[in-house]
Design a binder for this molecule. Sequence first.
Ligand code: ZN
Length: 366
Amino acid sequence: MDADRPVRHGEEAQLHSIGIDIGGTKVAAGVVSSDGTILRRTQRPTPSHSPAAVEDAIVALVAELSRDGDIASVGIGAAGWVDSDQSLVRFSPHLAWRNEPLAARLNQRISVPVIVDNDANAAAWAEYRYGSGRDAKVMVCITLGTGIGGAIIINGKLFRGAYGMAGEFGHMGVVPEGHWCPCGNRGCWEQYASGNALVRDARALMREGSPRAAALLAAVDDIDHLTGPDVTHLAVAGDPVSRELIADVGRWLGKGLADLAAALDPDLFVIGGGVSAAGSLLLDPAREAFSRTLTGRGFRPPASIVLARFRNDAGLIGAADLARHAIDEPPGARAFWPRRRTHRRARTRLPRRRLRDLVAERQQRA
Ligand SMILES: [Zn+2]
């Protein structure tokens, strides 16, 4: 066998992967077993915007977590556009990555294969493998955070599109000449169905001094400090206006889901992200708007709309499992397998020897 390959087809089943979720404020990492359990975890603040600092943080997290040498691969989930080879980050909103060959760069410093994927893809994969989407044939996952993250899984495979950018549902135009979106267009779906939309509308109501906004006004010292979770908490606690605001987001959600059903005919929508903490206060209006808008309604089985199982760990667990999966089916990039180094230094290379031993052990047993 090629000694540079830590493990061959089918031999990774009992090995663990590291998942890394790079968020705007923190980088969370964990060792994940093949049944989706996080065995150990660590995190640190997202370093400044320098790509080198983020790369150093990833290498340090991997070194910290791979001390027992049982790691087969590393998967990284990050917001932004990642190419379909799970290697090149074309653009990331939180970080200064622009056409960054991240997997290739890390493979010079980490001695097991590394993949990178969009964070919404990673979260959807976790739901498909271990969460609410386990038996879906065609699953669409929507992450409602400040914006909308989207991902599509068809017959057990992530659908990434030709350039890795499929699933950017948040920027489908739903309202002609509607609210401006940071993407440069107007009327994007995420300007109506997201945490940002919820907060914008709540603050507008507060600024009008409506007596109906009393609970919202009492919840914060300054209107500008109101957050999405504030509104969600008040809604769950029974505040009628907060419930209406959530229901409004739910209705926009349901309409958009009906459009996605017209395009993709899924059997399941999984809804995650911060706003999904509102539960049925969000999903009931969404289901109602969905069935009212769905094309062919009455003549087709409607897709189920359910809540995600994972909230905070979906990206980490999904990235780790995508990395495990990539060993069986390596993505197209040549950068997938770590480079053979003539002068190896003791960085994070401890796994390879252990992996070779494991493979040898198995061959002896066979
Ligand atoms: Zn947009």
